[in-house]
Design a binder for this molecule. Structure first.
Ligand code: ARG
Length: 392
């Protein structure tokens, strides 16, 4: 029997390798997907083999992650509950896809992942695996064993399996779109998150704030400060610039799919910066009707992605509409970022209906008094008539 395991290198999946091997007498094939997490993939491979993997694959999926997932998170202003740029939620379907590819190649239907029964990730993994392999037999050690973090650490130590130092404290998930930190003292939502939880947003720059110009073409960022670059590099650079200024932290009580609130902390400097700038540019370009409509599809799209429904047809439909509407979202946005947040300094687009001739108080077009009065009288008629009948 062969089991293909999605291997992150963390505590749960490392212990899973040995546990699966012992319980099923199986060959465990490990797959690590590089979605831009800061990870030494050579070390990770070594750890997998020490833990008992019989074959290990490392797959670089950074480009694909950006092109098939992250790009649309920008176009759809994807922020769950208005704050979380969906970094983990977006990567799960891609990781599942890659793991299924290896399972097919290895000729097995047994696919395993390290999610617990308390999180959103199990929902995303299970559904994405089924989308690509309807008959997959999904095995999830962390849902069936009865181990706490402490017993897992003990299990690993007893068997000489190396684990990462930080494994004992926080539960981390990271990719190029953001880093999620959970567990330990963070679970008390009344207490400030300790500084040691953060990595990408430690203030290391000597400056307190910095101005950056972001250029968009059809809703997609294409240049930083006038310098054109592929989106993957742009995100990388922006994570460094904004992160070193201490920008990009999120701390909120999140409503999980699985029925309860949890305190979630994220670092997502580039994601937040790009989404805020993109939102501003959409507002610059859209009619008021378009703006309101887009807001509502953005929020539906974000909910579907968060809830593990990447393969729900509606997600794709909403996204197509979003892409179509972004045909005109071309232009530049200047932002200033620092520890205390992001400020939009200016924007411009060849497709903006804004006209200084129309808007200016100093010059140009004014409606005639007659036009203005007539417009207002008809505009307010609904409200004034309703008010009248209700007050008598
Ligand atoms: N709460 C976030 C989400 O549902 C982050 C999950 C992080 N996952 C993890 N295994 N540490 O997307």
């Amino acid at each position: 029997m062969k089991i293909v395991l999605a291997y992150s290198g963390g505590l749960d999946t490392t212990v899973s390798i040995r546990w699966l091997k012992e319980k099923y007498q199986a060959d465990v094939i490990t797959v690590s997907v590089d979605v831009g997490q800061k990870e030494d993939f050579k070390k990770l491979e070594e750890r997998a083999y020490i833990a008992g993997s019989s074959k290990h694959y490392t797959i670089d999926a950074k480009e694909e992650f950006v092109e098939k997932f992250v790009k649309y998170d920008i176009i759809m202003n994807g922020l769950y509950e208005d704050v979380y740029p969906l970094s983990t939620a977006l990567a799960r379907p891609l990781i599942a896809e890659k793991v299924v590819e290896i399972a097919k190649k290895e000729g097995t239907e047994y696919v395993a992942h390290g999610s617990t029964s308390k999180g959103n990730d199990q929902v995303r993994f299970d559904l994405a695996i089924k989308a690509h392999m309807p008959d997959a037999k999904i095995i999830t050690p962390a849902r069936s064993w009865d181990m706490t973090r402490e017993t897992e650490i003990k299990y690993a130590k007893e068997r000489g399996i190396p684990i990462k130092e930080e494994s004992s404290k926080y539960s981390i998930d990271e990719n190029l779109w953001g880093r999620s930190i959970e567990g330990d003292i963070i679970e008390d939502p009344s207490k400030e998150v300790p500084e040691d939880a953060f990595e990408l947003t430690r203030k290391t720059s000597t400056k307190n704030k910095e101005k950056i110009i972001i250029t968009f073409e059809k809703g997609v960022p294409v240049a930083l400060n006038g310098e054109k670059m592929p989106l993957l590099n742009l995100i990388d650079n922006l994570n460094k610039i904004a992160g070193s200024l201490g920008f990009g932290r999120v701390d909120h009580l999140e409503n999980r799919v699985v029925g309860f609130k949890s305190r979630e902390v994220y670092e997502a400097p580039a994601a937040l910066c790009l989404i805020y700038a993109h939102k501003d540019l959409e507002k610059t370009v859209y009619t008021p009707l378009e703006l309101r409509f887009k807001k509502s599809i953005d929020s539906q799209w974000s909910d579907l992605v968060y809830q593990g429904l990447w393969y729900e047809p509606l997600r794709e439909t909403l996204q197509k509409v979003g892409v179509d509407m972004n045909n005109w979202v071309t232009g530049e946005v200047e932002v200033e970022i620092g520890e205390n947040g992001l400020r939009i300094l200016g924007r411009n687009s060849p497709y903006s209906p804004y006209s200084d001739k129309i808007a200016s108080y100093n010059k140009g077009w004014y409606p005639t008094e007659e036009m203005a009065k007539g417009f207002i009288e008809i505009w307010g008629m609904h409200s004034l008539l309703a008010r009248k009948v209700r007050s008598s």
